[in-house]
Design a protein around this ligand. Structure first.
Ligand code: NAP
Length: 260
């Protein structure tokens, strides 16, 4: 059963589509009848997802590489005849380390994947959309880009920059019919957060207690927000970062919500 968001037949690219939020987003959009193109750097996983979703096209690439991102535009033009939406989910987490313990090359790698990748992917998609004078872009930011966090010195500032990039590009492109918004997920159950739990970098119980809704989120809950932002239901929304976080950012207390 599809919703009435009107995404059937829309031509949409999802980056980071082989795992987690990107995978669930691609599944949701495919189930809504969108014409899908998928991108990720994990060829084997991507092949399997493309097969599952009967994607019209898929290709392996690195979002930090300008040529790989520009290839997105070429595929959009040749395989699906244009582009109505991009959901840019490709991303990596950082090591969670104090400022003086950070290897600056590793810091740069995280900033590159997060910010350079987002800029290159959004720009490549917009190149096609601006010719059509229509389209909607969703970039994945994070609550780490909205609140201060110790030991997230690459990921947090780079995600904050993704949110600012979203505002700037919205100011530049919206008059030409292209909207761009960001989503700031809280703690969502994906392979990325599973790894942080396994490494003891995050504690699920503490997270749940600190979250007004009392639990971690699911990838489908982020995917639904992207579907809304891609659709005409959000036709007057551009340049925002929407937290999808169970109230994490709204809560200003120090400890478990229940003690306040
Ligand atoms: P995930 O399960 O690790 O999926 C991310 C996908 O992106 C993976 O398939 C990954 O491949 C791919 N990728 C990484 N670097 C890439 C690159 N340079 N070029 C192309 N593909 C690349 O992560 P997720 O949890 O779904 O996260 C998706 C997005 O949401 C990210 O931007 C993340 O920062 C953001 N986010 C997630 C959470 C959360 O709680 N999960 C919270 C806030 C924000 P590899 O597996 O090879 O790395």
């Amino acid at each position: 059963m599809t919703s009435d968001l009107g995404l059937a037949g829309k031509r949409i690219i999802v980056t980071g589509a082989a795992s987690g939020i990107g995978l669930e987003t691609a599944r949701l959009l495919a189930s809504e009848g969108a014409v899908m193109v998928l991108m990720d750097r994990d060829q084997r996983a991507l092949d399997a997802v493309a097969d599952e979703l009967r994607a019209v096209a898929h290709f392996c690439g690195d979002v930090t590489c300008e040529a790989d991102c520009e290839h997105m535009g070429t595929v959009a033009r040749t395989a699906i005849g244009g582009l109505d939406g991009l959901v840019h989910c490709a991303g990596v987490s950082d090591r969670v380390a104090r400022a003086f313990d950070i290897d600056i090359d590793e810091w740069q790698r995280i900033v590159d994947v997060t910010l350079r990748g987002a800029f290159l992917a959004c720009r490549a998609a917009a190149r096609v959309m601006l010719e059509q004078k229509s389209g909607s872009i969703v970039a994945l930011s994070s609550i780490r880009g909205l609140i201060g966090s110790p030991r997230r010195h690459a990921y947090g500032p780079a995600k904050a920059a993704v949110s600012m990039m979203t505002k700037n590009l919205a100011c530049e492109w919206s008059l030409s019919g292209v909207r761009i918004n960001a989503i700031a997920p809280g703690f969502i159950r994906t392979p990325m957060t599973d790894r942080l739990v396994e490494d003891g970098k995050i504690d699920e119980k503490i997270l749940a207690d600190r979250t007004p809704m009392g639990r971690m989120g699911l990838p489908i809950e982020v995917a639904r927000a992207s579907a809304f932002l891609l659709s005409d239901w959000s036709s007057y929304i551009t340049g925002v970062t929407l937290p999808v976080d169970g109230g994490w950012v709204a809560y200003g207390g120090a400890g478990p919500v229940a003690t306040h």
